[in-house]
Design a protein around this ligand. Structure first.
Ligand SMILES: Cc1cc2nc3c(=O)[nH]c(=O)nc-3n(C[C@H](O)[C@H](O)[C@H](O)COP(=O)(O)O)c2cc1C
Length: 371
């Protein structure tokens, strides 16, 4: 058997770009984190790079008790993506607090602890258990879980259920530790859910979780996954992530967003930042390249430097700025009336800018109402 060993990204002179970020009081040396569920509690990544060198490790969603997850098979490959139905397999909060957070603290890493539950009470219990926990920088509430008290309806798909969970988490969580609500893209209006959780006390938002999908094997003519449905992740979902982050940043520009969804390179990370993400989590690509978080951090620094951007925070939401006037493409035709040509060009440019504004307006229901 041949084992492919990925070399740690080589250390080299870094461009002089200020990468530090502060998300609702969570100060990180740079905006790159792991995505929940894609690097457990960081231990496996430590053989590839120093886990303290990235902004934070976002841990696999932890529940109150130990869980064995969903039936196998749990993974299926899809075009430009992956479908998983791992379920929330894990040791439970007590074992996690005993083994995982102390290990992250011993490495000097910062942890964003992802919590998940089947009831509002579960979430509150988990948040309360995190008081005084070592390495804790933030809490990510994974609300893409079925609410066992409401016919299994996913919390994140209902504004009032999502708000109730976040309010309980915020009340029980340690003071000064920001709570991020992780949103699902499987909703009609993600801005409405974002507003509801922010009004309920979320300090920030994480988006996007996986999209619900399904694969059927045409040979066996049965669903591939043991759990039938699974979460779609990887590059296939990046445009959905960009759209969700864009819409929510436009509606709630003051709320910090941890963005994720199909990021494979520094330029992909920059795309999410331009849409409005203040930090970027690296998920599915880690299964293929365990050095990806550090590699992407370096690529992002290079991409910012190449664009003359001296601070990462200056790129956050930069895609929303008004379009610049376009230079005229051609000189005046000989013998023509320059004024008329110029007026035509301006008209054409205005029409084009208008089309662009109309596109933006379509993404923003409020803007649509006002036109
Ligand atoms: C195998 C796997 C397990 C995941 N487990 C969790 C989880 O426990 N909690 C959570 O909030 N998101 C979980 N996710 C979702 C990711 O954190 C992320 O939101 C999503 O995969 C999109 O990012 P990506 O395309 O970069 O993977 C999981 C994703 C994958 C692929």
């Amino acid at each position: 058997m041949t084992l492919t060993v990925h070399a740690a990204p080589a250390s080299r002179a870094r461009p002089d770009v200020e990468m530090s970020v502060d998300l609702a009081g969570m100060a990180l040396p740079n905006p790159i984190t792991t995505a929940s569920g894609c690097a457990a509690a960081g231990r496996e990544l430590a053989q590839f790079f120093d886990v303290a060198s990235i902004g934070a490790v976002v841990t696999k969603s932890i529940m109150v008790g130990p869980r064995s997850g969903r039936p196998t098979p749990r993974m299926a490959e899809t075009p430009s993506g992956m479908l998983n139905s791992i379920g929330l397999q894990g040791p439970g909060i007590d074992a996690f607090l005993e083994h995982d957070l102390p290990w992250l603290a011993s490495r000097g890493a910062r942890a964003v602890v992802s919590i998940a539950g089947g009831t509002v009470e579960d979430y509150a219990k988990l948040a309360a258990k995190l008081r005084g926990a070592p390495a804790l920088a933030g809490i990510e509430a994974n609300i893409s879980c079925p609410n066992v008290e409401d016919r299994g309806q996913v919390f994140a798909c209902n504004a009032s259920a999502a708000a109730t969970v976040i309010q309980a988490v915020r009340r029980a969580a340690p003071t000064g530790v920001p709570v991020f609500a992780k949103l699902s893209p499987d909703v009609t209006d993600i801005v409405a859910i974002a507003r509801a959780v922010v009004d309920a006390g979320a300090d920030g938002l994480s988006m996007i979780n996986t999209l619900l999908g399904m694969v059927i094997d045409t040979t066996t003519m049965r669903p591939v996954l043991g759990g039938l449905t699974g979460g779609l992740s990887g590059p296939a979902i990046r445009p959905v992530a960009v759209r969700c982050i864009w819409q929510v940043h436009q509606a709630l520009p003051e709320i910090p967003i941890i963005g994720m969804g199909g990021v494979r390179t520094g330029l992909d990370a920059l795309e999410l930042a331009l849409a409005g993400a203040s930090a970027i989590s690296i998920g599915t690509v880690v299964f293929n390249d365990p050095t990806a978080p550090l590699r992407i951090l370096h690529e992002l620094e290079d991409a910012l430097a190449a664009r003359g951007i001296e601070r990462f925070v200056d790129a956050v939401g930069l895609g929303h700025r008004a379009p610049e006037p376009r230079p005229r493409a051609y000189p005046d035709p000989p013998g023509s009336d320059a004024d008329t040509v110029q007026a035509d060009t301006v008209q054409a440019d205005t029409a084009q800018a208008g089309t662009h504004q109309a596109d933006i307006g379509r993404l923003d229901p409020a803007a649509e109402e006002s036109t």
